[in-house]
Design a binder for this molecule. Structure first.
Ligand code: NAG
Ligand code: NAG
Ligand code: NAG
Ligand code: NAG
Length: 381
């Protein structure tokens, strides 16, 4: 059996897709702070809203020889706003102690956040019984609103004893260490009320359902990365929300049902000053391109038209990249950052059958997941 820290490090690496060497890390001594806010949707049904601020996370400076300013912080188990409840939405932000955004214009990036449930089986890679990958988010700081602005009664079911794992990769470009916090605004409803569906998040990836069909390497200057096989859900459901995650250089992402496009996501670049960085401000800056101002992904559109799906429906994905249109990010050593093309499909299922399936899930097989990560890390990317 691997040590817990090693397992966490590996989970972070895959969650983040960094592909870096797997190095055991210490869990952080975060002291989460909880603030109660006013719910935006379903207040009449008892919905609540809370901001949980995890941290402090001290991110080493870019000159640090070991980390080059990139560090993963882990919450295991992550403090959740509720137990035996439905989380109906969540939205993250990386902030400084004064609550102001920690972003590219202040030399700080929310490189990735990964959420997993260690007590549920992953739907996309169910054949290998992986722990459930709930979502990955990046500096775009997408919100995951399963109510779709109060139009859908649906949420993610957190059981009393579920262990939720939250990993935050923060990247500091400043030479000095910087202290940041991860703030997540959660909206939730106690219990599993009548009329609310339960959401199964599905990780659709051009690398395949079990991340074993291709790598995140750039495939040229401009190309379309496509899934080779498809995802097929074992049940009927309402597909209510699709949230993408891509990297700089992405121009479009598309999801297909039986080969027909059902969702197009378009990233926005540098829409506000926080998402604009400056080349060569520091001797050791990442090389983001040749222009003085570099615009980074600042948002990416989502899809929320309700689609009724059936067990034989085939879902595939393509993610289009062009470094001619938008510069690619580079790692500290000058190599290109791997690309990502992920879409989180949110399938809402009737409560009773969903809970029956959840209770019948075997303990996930962490080792199978770790083996795939080790294999991916051994490949060039
Ligand atoms: C959930 O998973 C954690 C981590 O593997 C484990 O310690 C815990 O016992 C599990 N809880 C339940 C209810 O199975
Ligand atoms: C949760 O874990 C506690 C302590 O391990 C156990 O007594 C309890 O039965 C568990 N509850 C559920 C709902 O699994
Ligand atoms: C990827 O993993 C799946 C599930 O284990 C397997 O069926 C498939 O053959 C694998 N694909 C490749 C290219 O190895
Ligand atoms: C997709 O294809 C499958 C298998 O051919 C079929 O059963 C299903 O009805 C199709 N779905 C749609 C939405 O056309």
């Amino acid at each position: 059996m691997m040590k817990l820290e090693a397992i966490l490090a590996v989970l972070c690496t895959i969650g983040a897709g960094l592909g870096a060497a797997v190095t055991p890390q210490q869990a952080t001594n975060s002291i989460p702070k909880v603030e109660i806010l006013e719910a935006k949707n379903f207040r009449d049904l008892g919905a609540k809203r809370a901001r949980i601020t995890y941290g402090p996370y001290v991110v080493p400076g870019s000159e640090d020889a070991t980390t080059h300013g990139m560090k993963t912080f882990q919450e295991l188990p992550a403090l959740m706003p509720c137990r035996e409840c439905l989380i109906t939405s969540y939205a993250p932000d990386l902030v400084f102690a004064d609550g102001k955004p920690a972003n590219a214009n202040r030399e700080m990036w929310l490189h990735h956040i990964g959420l997993s449930n260690m007590n549920r089986t992953d739907t996309a890679c169910a054949s290998r019984n992986w722990p459930e990958r709930i979502s990955v988010n990046g500096n775009e700081r997408s919100s995951f609103d399963m109510t779709v602005k109060g139009t859908q009664k649906a949420g993610y079911y957190v059981r009393k004893n579920d262990t939720i794992f939250l990993a935050t990769d923060a990247m500091n470009i400043d030479e000095k260490p910087q202290t940041v916090y991860l703030a997540i605004d959660y909206e939730y409803i106690e219990g599993t009320p009548d009329g609310f569906d339960i959401v199964f998040p599905v990780w659709l990836d051009f690398k395949g359902n079990c991340l074993n069909e291709s790598t995140g390497a750039w495939q040229g200057e401009a190309f379309e990365a496509k899934s080779k096989t498809s995802f097929t859900a074992p049940w009927s459901a309402n597909l209510i929300l699709m949230v993408p995650h891509t990297h700089d250089g992405n121009t479009k992402q598309e999801v297909f049902l039986n080969g027909t496009s059902i969702c197009q996501n378009v990233p926005g670049y540098g829409e506000t000053a926080e998402f604009v960085s400056h080349v060569n401000e520091h001797g050791h800056d990442h090389d983001h391109g040749s222009s003085e101002h570099v615009l980074h992904v600042s948002s990416i559109s989502q899809c929320s038209d309700v689609i009724k799906t059936n067990p034989r429906d085939r879902f595939t994905i393509s993610s289009t990249y062009s470094m001619k249109e938008h510069p690619a990010m580079k790692d500290h050593d000058g190599s290109l950052e791997p690309i990502m093309g992920i879409e989180f499909l949110h399938f809402a299922r009737p409560r009773d059958e969903a809970i029956k399936d959840i209770l019948a899930m075997p303990e996930p097989n962490l080792q199978s997941f770790l083996d795939q990560v080790a294999e991916n890390n051994a490949k060039p990317h």
